[in-house]
Design a protein around this ligand. Structure first.
Ligand code: SAH
Ligand code: SF4
Ligand code: F3S
Length: 477
C-alpha cells in the first residue's frame, strides 16, 4: 500500500486566511480512454454534497470510457462515497466493505475505492489498513480531481494507494459532470464549513468555507437551462455565509439568489441555511421572486438555550422563533423544515421539553431527527453525558410523533387546492403512477401520460397523506 498522505483531524481544524485559487480541471493525456471496456458502480452515502461529488466522479469516469452498471458481479470498479456524520452512517460503510471481501475473492481484479468524508478521519484509515486490506484506493474530499490518476496507478501499476489531504486546496472549475436527473440538479455555490458546531465533523471533513465565484455559478446555471433543466438546488453547508470569504468584493447569498432568479429557470431551491445569519434581504428575495421556491430548510438542532450554547449554534430559542415569525409574516405560504438532535450531552427532560415547545410553535412541515452521535475529534466528544441510549431513543420517538403531525398538517393544507408539480417520472412502487414535487417540495402522486415527465403541470390535490399527496392533473402549463 502506497500511503502518500494520511489525514489529521487536528490539522483539518485550522483555518488559513489565504486566498482560494481557482484552477481549471484538466486530465493528464496518459489517462485518456482508461476505462474503455470497463464498468463502474458508485454507492453514495450522506448528504447532497456527496451526491454532487458522485456526479462529478461519474463524469470523470464516463469521459474516459467507463460504463455504469448496477450489478456488483459484473463491475470492474466499485467506489463507495462515504459519510462520517454519525456512527450509524460509518457502520453501514464498514459493513459494506466487509461484504465486498467475498466479491474480491471471486474476482481479484475488482478495484475497491473508498472516498468522501470518512477517509478524512484518522480512525477510518487505521481501520482500513488493519481490517479491510482488500481496499485498493482511498482518497478524501479535497482531492477528487486526482481520482483518475489514482485509478491509473492501481489499474496499470497494480499498486494500492491512500492519499488524503487535510487542507483544502483550490476550487477546481469545469469538472466533468454526469447529473442523476434530467430536469433538476445540484449547483454547488460553496464548499466547506466554518461554523464548528461542537457535535459536527463536517468542518473537519470538508475544510474551510470557500465560495465559488458568481461568474462560474451563473455559467453553470445557464448551461443547465440550455439543456432543459427546470429546477436547481443551490448547495452549501451554510449558504447564508456565501461570499463572506471573498477578500476583494462584497457579494451576499441574497444578492446571488436575486441575480440567479432573473435567469429563465423555473425553480430555484437552496440548502442549507444556518439560522444565525438568515438576513431580511434573503427573506425579501424569496418573498418577491416567483421562481425561488417557498420551502426553507432551517435546522434548529435544539429548543433549549443551554444546549444551543453548548452546541455553539450562536442563536437562542427566542432568536429562532423571531426569525420563523418574520419568515411566516413575509412568506405566508412557506413550508419550513428542520433538523433536530436529541440526547446531546447534558440535555435534560426540561431541555427536551423546550425542543418540543419550539417544534409546536414553529409549525414545521417536516424534520430530520437524530440521536446525538459522538464524533471523535469534535469538542462535544469530550462532554460528559449521563443520557442512556434508551432515554435518547425515547425522546426521539416522542419528537417524531410530534414531527409527523407537522408532516400531515403541512400536507393537509393543500387538499382541494391546485398546485404546480414538476413531474419527475413514474412512482417507484407503481409504474402507472406519475410522481413529482410541488413548489413547497411536497411529493405528489397522480395518474397521467408519460409525455408529462419533465414538465410543470397543474394538479388538483384530492387526498393528503402523512408522507405524500394524491392528485389529478388539471392542465399542462
Ligand atoms: N450543514 C448543514 C447540515 C449538516 S449535517 C446544517 O448545518 O444545516 C445534517 C444534520 O445532521 C445536522 O443538521 C444535524 O442535525 C445532524 N448531525 C450533525 N452531526 C451530528 C451528530 N454528531 N450526531 C447526530 N446528528 C448530527
Ligand atoms: Fe455541521 Fe454546523 Fe457546519 Fe452544519 S453548520 S455542517 S451542523 S458545523
Ligand atoms: Fe456526511 Fe460529509 Fe455530508 S459527513 S453529511 S457526507 S459533508
Amino acid at each position: 500500500m502506497d500511503i502518500l498522505n494520511k489525514p489529521s483531524l487536528s490539522k483539518a481544524r485550522k483555518r488559513s486566511k489565504s486566498k482560494v485559487d481557482i484552477v481549471e480541471y484538466k486530465v493528464d493525456e496518459y489517462i485518456k480512454d482508461l476505462g474503455v471496456g470497463k464498468k463502474y458502480l458508485i454507492q453514495t452515502h450522506g448528504c447532497q454534497a456527496n451526491e454532487a461529488d458522485t456526479e462529478v466522479m461519474k463524469g470523470m469516469l464516463l469521459t474516459q470510457g467507463f460504463e455504469e452498471t448496477s450489478i456488483i458481479e459484473e463491475t470492474d470498479l466499485i467506489l463507495i462515497n462515504t459519510c462520517a456524520i454519525r456512527e450509524g452512517a460509518e457502520n453501514k460503510v464498514f459493513g459494506e466493505l466487509g461484504r465486498l471481501k467475498s466479491f474480491k475473492r471471486i474476482n481479484p481484479d475488482l478495484i475497491i475505492a473508498v472516498a468522501g468524508c470518512m477517509p478524512q478521519e484518522e480512525a477510518t484509515i487505521e481501520r482500513i489498513l488493519s481490517t479491510y486490506k482488500h481496499v485498493d484506493i482511498v482518497f478524501g474530499t479535497h482531492n477528487i480531481s486526482k481520482f483518475l490518476n489514482y485509478l491509473y496507478i492501481v489499474m496499470k501499476e497494480k499498486k494500492k494507494m491512500i492519499e488524503v489531504l487535510s487542507k483544502e486546496g483550490s476550487i477546481i472549475e469545469h469538472m466533468p459532470l454526469a447529473r442523476d436527473h434530467r430536469f433538476k440538479g445540484w449547483v454547488n455555490i460553496m464548499f466547506g464549513c466554518d461554523e464548528f458546531c461542537t457535535y459536527c465533523i463536517v468542518p473537519y471533513t470538508r475544510g474551510k468555507e470557500r465560495s465559488r465565484r458568481k461568474e462560474f455559478i451563473i455559467e453553470e446555471v445557464k448551461k443547465m437551462i440550455k439543456n432543459g433543466y427546470k429546477e436547481i438546488t443551490l448547495l452549501g453547508q451554510n449558504v447564508n455565509s456565501y461570499g463572506l470569504d471573498f477578500i476583494d468584493n462584497k457579494y451576499s447569498f441574497a444578492e446571488l439568489l436575486d441575480e440567479l432568479s432573473d435567469l429563465p429557470i423555473e425553480r430555484i431551491r437552496f440548502t442549507t441555511s444556518h439560522p444565525k445569519d438568515f438576513s431580511d434581504d434573503l427573506i425579501e428575495v424569496i418573498a418577491i421572486k416567483d421562481n425561488v421556491m417557498p420551502s426553507i430548510h432551517l435546522p434548529v438542532q435544539s429548543g433549549s438555550n443551554k444546549v444551543l450554547k453548548k452546541m455553539n449554534r450562536k442563536y437562542t430559542k427566542e432568536d429562532y422563533l423571531d426569525l420563523v415569525n418574520r419568515i411566516y409574516k413575509r412568506i405566508p405560504n412557506v413550508s419550513l423544515t428542520t433538523d433536530i438532535i436529541v440526547g446531546f450531552p447534558t440535555e435534560t427532560e426540561n431541555d427536551f421539553q423546550e425542543t418540543l415547545d419550539l417544534v409546536r410553535k414553529s409549525n414545521f412541515e417536516g424534520a430530520y431527527t437524530f440521536v446525538y452521535s459522538r464524533r471523535k475529534g469534535t469538542p462535544a466528544a469530550s462532554y460528559e453525558s449521563d443520557i442512556t441510549e434508551a432515554e435518547a431513543k425515547n425522546r426521539l420517538h416522542r419528537l417524531n410523533d410530534l414531527v409527523n403531525e407537522g408532516y400531515h398538517s403541512g400536507n393537509k393544507r393543500f387538499e382541494n387546492k391546485i398546485v404546480k408539480v414538476l413531474v419527475e417520472g413514474y412512482s417507484k412502487n407503481n409504474k402507472s403512477i406519475l410522481t413529482g414535487r410541488t413548489e413547497n417540495n411536497k411529493l405528489v402522486n397522480f395518474s397521467g401520460n408519460e409525455a408529462l415527465i419533465g414538465n410543470i403541470v397543474e394538479v388538483e390535490i384530492t387526498n393528503a397523506k402523512t408522507w405524500s399527496l394524491d392528485g389529478k392533473v388539471v392542465s399542462n402549463q
